[in-house]
Design a protein around this ligand. Structure first.
Ligand code: S3P
Length: 426
């Protein structure tokens, strides 16, 4: 699908973006393992989360939708059944990596696959620790695992494992396997990553403690179903935060956004660029901090983003790069080599596409350098079927001169089904 984006200014809007993708995935997965019915409000009906639903349905879990709520009929820790078909995660890395932790401990084997992008994403990062715990993961090249692959579940044993890459998906896969393992499982993080798994599993009754940078997980006897209210996704709010900051005379209020500190790197980064962004009405829901984010047209200046901030804004780097194009001076993004193994090689795709608008942006080994101040001009840009590239280019288009056409724009559905409707309505 081609999507046309026209320039905007004087935006005054209050927006509620869809539910958090990370929390929505986890609510289905952990709900399936819990005893009782998990009732989920605000669930993200994006393609990735629908892939998670479909995989758990194939594993014997009844999942229904009623009155905008999702009901997961959990069957307890040992209630999953062997699927008759291959489990297809579509484009969703979170589904594949987290489900692998669970399947490693089941008394059956299953086959997993996904789309052409998922088949290029590294799975050694989960295979190495899960094999240490006793699971068997087999693909075309066992030394270098990629989907499609097979998991033979085994009786697992707990391990102590230092994450070689800052990845919440890897951490979560190990902790999920740890629920079933004999003895304690300890994950050591050198850089903090999103902690939704720890928060939700604890909320459902698991014994998971954080001691310094170590996460200790005890063998679980039972998880208990809960009511879960999914906050709006800060990664989706990010597009409108940047849009408000770069479109003249604009102000956008984003309601009920998840502002867990492991996710708010985008706010800190934009504020360090001079962004006029404030948070109001903070509260805690299901152990997760939420609040309203107000963003106003801002005079951005360049900044440097790297180190421990990267995991706190990893999915927002494409739209931060757009912000950098509208900043005075130089914006440096470093230590972001993980971008190369996302839904597309985002270092390359961001740079290639922003250059089409006329941006001055240079590739580095672990990120990019953006010289702000070039006037961006509308162009024909492509998505690479990467949802975050499509939506970031749409944001660039709202502040560029003239019309922008995004080809392959439909991939926004992965995480934000009504994205273009909201853009047209403001
Ligand atoms: C996610 C973790 C991040 C993020 C992804 C969702 C999660 O990936 O990029 O969109 O829900 O745990 P990594 O943990 O691999 O960096």
């Amino acid at each position: 699908m081609n999507q046309i984006i026209t320039p905007k200014q004087n935006i005054h809007a209050t927006i509620t973006v869809p539910g958090d993708k990370s929390i929505s995935h986890r609510s289905i997965m952990f709900g399936a393992l819990a005893k009782g019915i998990t009732e989920i409000e605000g669930f993200l009906m994006g393609q990735d989360c629908l892939s998670t639903i479909s995989c758990f349905q194939k594993l014997g879990i009844t999942i229904e939708q009623n009155n905008n709520k999702i009901f997961v009929h959990g069957k307890g820790l040992y209630g999953l059944t062997k699927p008759n078909e291959i489990l297809d995660v579509g484009n969703s890395g979170t589904t594949l990596r987290l489900i692998s932790g669970i399947l490693s401990a089941q008394p059956f084997s299953c086959h997993l696959t996904g789309d052409s992008s998922i088949q290029k994403r590294p799975m050694n990062r989960i295979a190495i620790p899960l094999r240490k715990m006793g699971a068997i993961l087999k693909g075309n090249d066992d030394e270098n695992l990629f989907a499609p692959f097979t998991i033979e579940g085994k009786k697992l044993k707990g391990i102590t494992y230092t994450l070689p890459v800052a990845s919440a998906q890897v951490k979560s896969a190990i902790l999920l396997a740890g629920l079933f393992a004999e003895g304690e499982t300890v994950v050591i993080e050198t850089e903090a990553t999103r902690d939704h798994t720890e928060i939700m599993l604890r909320y459902m009754g698991a014994d998971i403690q954080k001691i310094g940078n170590e996460i200790h997980c005890k063998t679980a006897t039972e998880l208990y179903a809960q009511k879960i209210s999914v906050p709006a996704d800060i990664s989706s709010a990010a597009y409108f935060i940047v849009m408000a900051c770069i479109c003249k005379n604009s102000e956008i209020l984003l309601k009920n956004v998840g502002i867990n500190e492991t996710r708010t790197g985008i706010i800190d980064a934009l504020q360090s660029m001079g962004g006029n962004i404030t948070i109001e009405n903070e509260k805690i829901v299901n152990g997760e901090k939420i609040g309203d984010i107000r963003a106003k047209y801002s005079a951005f200046h360049g900044t440097t983003i790297g180190g421990a901030d990267i995991p706190r804004l990893i999915d927002e780097i494409p739209v931060i790069a757009v912000a950098g194009c509208f900043a005075e001076g130089t914006t440096i993004i470093k230590d972001a080599q993980e971008l190369k193994v996302k839904e597309s090689n985002r270092i390359k795709t961001i740079i290639t596409e922003l250059k089409k608008f006329g941006a001055d942006i240079t590739e580095t080994e672990d990120g990019m350098i953006i010289q702000g101040g070039n006037i961006l001009k509308g162009c024909v840009t492509q998505s690479y079927q990467d949802h975050r590239i499509a939506m970031s280019m749409a944001v660039a288009g709202t502040a560029a001169l003239g019309e922008t056409t995004i080809t392959g724009a439909e991939c926004a559905n992965i995480s934000f089904p009504n994205f273009y409707d909201i853009i047209s309505s403001i």
